[in-house]
Design a protein. Structure first.
Length: 372
C-alpha cells in the first residue's frame, strides 16, 4: 500500500517549507484567482514561486521566466511585488498570460462579459474539420456563434480564453480524459470519475455561461490583490532568439521536460477555434521528438542555449532557480554548458492528488549563479 502523504512527509527532510500536503494546500488554493483561468497541465504552483521569490530574489526586483507556460511566475510576481517578464513560444500560452496579467477597467470588463452572456446562441454556419469531428452539432454551433461575437468587444482576448476553456469542456471526450483524449467519444460510456454511465457533452452554452462569470470573478479578484505598481511583460517567441531588454534580479522557471507533453496538441481546440500561430516544431522537449539519444542531446543544447543567453542579463550575483524533475540526470551538463555554477539543490514532493495520474512525484530546485 502506498504511503499516506503524512507518512511520506515524515521522511522528506530536505525542505518541508517547499512541499505541501493536500490538507495544507488544497486545490482551491493552488488554483486561486487567475491561476485557474484555464486548466493547464502542470504542478508548478504559485505558492512555490512565492517562496522562491522570497528566498532568492531581492524585494521589489525584476524576474525573468524564459519558459513561462501559463504564467505562474508572472502572476505570482505581480502579487508579491515584483516586475516580471515571461517568454513562451506557444501562442496559446502567450494569450493566456496576457489575459492573466493585464490591467482592467473592471466596470467595462463586467459590462462586456455580461453583454456577451446575454448574446449566447447558435451559428447557422456549418462546422468543418476539427470542430465537426470533436463536437456535437449543437455544441459546435454554439462555439462558432460565440466566436463570431468576440471582435465586437474591447476585452476580446478575455473572451478568447473563455471560448477556449468552454471548448475544452464541450468536446466529445470522456469526463476522466480531458487532458489527453485520443479520439472523439460519441457513445455512452462507463465513467471512472463519476462511477456511473455518462454520455458525451452535447452543448457548449452551459460552459460559456459558467466560465464567463467565473472568469469575471477571477480577474476582479486578482485586480484587488496584485501590486498595482508592478508590471508584467509577455513576449511571444523563442527564448533562444528573443531580445531581452534591461537587467534581471533573478530567473525562476520550470522548463519543459523532454519528450513528455505536446502542449500544442493538448490545447489543439484553442489553436483550431482561435486560428493561433502553431510553432510546435520549435518547442524544446516536444513529445513528438521522443527521448532518443539524439532528441535528448537536442534538448540539452536547447535548454543550455536559453540559460546561456538569459544569464548575461542578470545583475551580479542574481540567481537562476530551476524547478525540474531531472530523472534523466541532464541538468548538471545543462548548467555547465550554460556557464552556471550550482550553489544549492533542494528536493520537494509534488502534490499529485488530482486526476487519474498515480504514484508519488518529486522534483528538484536547482539554484545557480553565473560563473565569474
Amino acid at each position: 500500500m502506498a504511503s499516506t502523504q503524512a507518512a511520506l512527509y515524515e521522511d522528506l527532510t530536505d525542505d518541508l517549507q517547499l512541499s505541501w500536503t493536500e490538507a495544507e494546500l488544497p486545490e482551491r488554493e493552488r488554483t486561486k484567482h487567475v491561476h485557474r483561468l484555464h486548466p493547464y497541465l502542470g504542478k508548478y504552483v504559485p505558492q512555490l514561486v512565492e517562496a522562491l521569490l522570497g528566498r532568492y530574489v531581492r524585494p521589489g526586483g525584476r524576474v525573468l521566466d524564459p519558459f513561462a507556460g501559463s504564467g505562474t511566475t508572472l502572476v505570482q510576481a505581480l502579487e508579491s511585488g515584483y516586475d516580471a517578464v515571461g517568454v513562451d513560444i506557444a501562442s496559446f500560452n502567450a494569450l493566456l498570460m496576457r489575459v492573466k496579467t493585464a490591467r482592467y477597467d473592471t466596470f467595462l470588463l463586467e459590462t462586456e462579459l455580461r453583454d456577451a452572456l446575454s448574446h449566447l446562441g447558435r451559428s447557422r454556419r456549418h462546422a468543418h474539420g476539427y470542430v465537426k469531428e470533436w463536437y456535437a452539432s449543437d455544441a459546435a454551433a454554439e462555439l462558432l456563434h460565440f466566436r463570431s461575437l468576440i471582435a465586437e468587444y474591447e476585452n476580446a482576448d478575455v473572451l478568447r480564453v473563455v471560448l477556449a476553456r468552454a471548448a475544452r469542456s464541450a468536446r466529445l471526450v470522456t469526463h476522466f480524459d480531458l487532458e489527453f483524449p485520443s479520439s472523439p467519444q460519441e457513445e455512452s460510456y462507463w465513467c471512472h470519475k463519476h462511477r456511473r454511465t455518462c454520455s458525451p457533452v452535447q452543448e457548449a452554452n452551459k460552459f460559456l455561461s459558467r466560465y464567463l462569470l467565473d472568469t469575471l470573478g477571477r480577474l476582479k479578484e486578482f485586480q484587488r490583490v496584485r501590486d498595482r505598481s508592478r508590471e508584467a511583460q509577455v513576449l511571444h517567441g523563442d527564448s533562444r532568439e528573443i531580445k531581452l531588454a534591461g537587467s534581471f534580479d533573478g530567473i525562476i522557471t520550470s522548463p519543459p521536460y523532454p519528450g513528455l507533453i505536446d502542449y500544442h496538441e493538448q490545447h489543439r481546440y484553442a489553436y483550431e477555434l482561435l486560428g493561433l500561430d502553431d510553432r510546435r516544431e520549435r518547442e524544446l522537449g516536444a513529445a513528438a521528438r521522443g527521448t532518443s539519444r539524439i532528441a535528448l542531446e537536442a534538448y540539452v543544447e536547447g535548454i543550455s542555449d536559453v540559460f546561456r543567453r538569459c544569464a548575461v542579463t542578470l545583475a551580479p550575483g542574481a540567481p537562476v532557480v530551476v524547478v525540474v524533475n531531472d530523472r534523466r540526470g541532464l541538468y548538471s551538463e545543462i548548467l555547465d554548458r550554460s556557464g552556471l555554477r550550482q550553489v544549492d539543490r533542494l528536493e520537494r514532493h509534488v502534490n499529485r492528488r488530482t486526476g487519474r495520474r498515480a504514484g508519488e512525484y518529486f522534483e528538484s530546485i536547482l539554484v545557480s549563479v553565473r560563473e565569474a
